[in-house]
Design a protein around this ligand. Structure first.
Ligand code: NAD
Length: 252
């Protein structure tokens, strides 16, 4: 894998799960990394564990994104890699979706992602790499995920358009679609321990490779897409899901 030496990377939601593992892997490959997140204690703790800079910025607050960009610009000038990872998973059945739930889910997963890119764009170097963390839920009909799935499907559509519009600047834009990955995200849904265990078992049974992914599995793909080894890849989407998206009716 090409070194990321000399490159500056920003990872939103870098204090936990996939973002944390990706920040660690980007740094291990030589990049200077800045992480953001919305909880100051968690951001500061992760930043000190990883030995990098952390900035508190809620992506659903456009002023907070402005502040993040200003901090990064003041310290690094420009960036090479933007990993748009911050997101939440708020399952709700159709018929019980409130306007507040809709705005919260879309406000972070889609609007937050779009304005992260809008606001970083002026300081992304020509030839840079934007990686959007989507989900295979963008393609599945998993019950209770209508709004979450739509937020990710919107991201994939946005990624395709952004890749053609930003191609003249040599900026590559790709989406990563994980399947189930062991991170704290599910514990934040309000489900009980028992519900979470049942949910995890039911999901795992549907994964042909019979396991949840690890944040490190996803981080390896993120590092590749960030690197010059992926210099001819833009507008792509990469399922990384143990085969889940092929939706087998029978799994041996
Ligand atoms: P996680 O809960 O461990 O991490 C989510 C991160 O996003 C945290 O750092 C959190 O602080 C940050 N975040 C959430 N809301 C934010 C906000 N308003 N402003 C700034 N930061 C915010 O979960 P994860 O599983 O690592 O999730 C990362 C991404 O991966 C999400 O976009 C999620 O939708 C996506 N994803 C996860 C899975 C999975 O199975 N874990 C599968 C597919 C996609």
């Amino acid at each position: 894998m090409s070194s990321l030496e000399g490159k500056v990377a920003v990872v939103t939601g870098g204090n936990s799960g996939i973002g944390y593992a990706s920040a660690q892997a980007l740094k291990a490959h030589g990049a200077t990394v800045v992480i953001s997140g919305r909880n100051s204690d968690r951001v500061n703790q992760a930043a000190s564990e990883l030995g990098l800079t952390g900035v508190v910025a809620d992506v659903s607050d456009l002023n907070a994104i402005d502040h993040l960009v200003e901090e990064v610009k003041a310290k690094h000038g420009q960036i090479d890699i933007l990993f748009v990872n911050a997101g939440i998973f708020s399952p709700a059945p159709i018929g019980q979706v409130t306007e507040e739930m809709f705005d919260h889910q879309m406000g972070i997963n889609f609007k937050g992602a779009v304005f992260t890119i809008e606001k970083f764009l002026p300081i992304i170097k020509d030839g840079g790499s934007i990686i959007n963390l989507s989900s295979i839920n963008a393609y599945t009909g998993m019950p209770n995920t209508a709004i979450y799935a739509a937020s990710k499907a919107a991201m994939n559509s946005y990624t395709r358009t952004a890749s053609t519009e930003l191609a003249p600047r040599g900026i590559r834009v790709n989406a990563v679609n994980p399947g189930p990955v062991s991170t704290p995200i599910f514990g934040k849904t309000g489900m009980s321990e028992e519900q979470l265990n049942g949910f995890a078992q039911a999901i795992q049974a549907r994964v042909p490779l019979k396991r949840f992914g690890t944040p490190e599995d996803i981080a390896k793909l993120v590092v590749f897409l960030a690197s010059d080894d992926a210099s001819y890849i833009t507008g792509g989407e990469y399922n990384i899901d143990g085969g889940t998206n092929v939706n087998p009716l029978l799994v041996g």
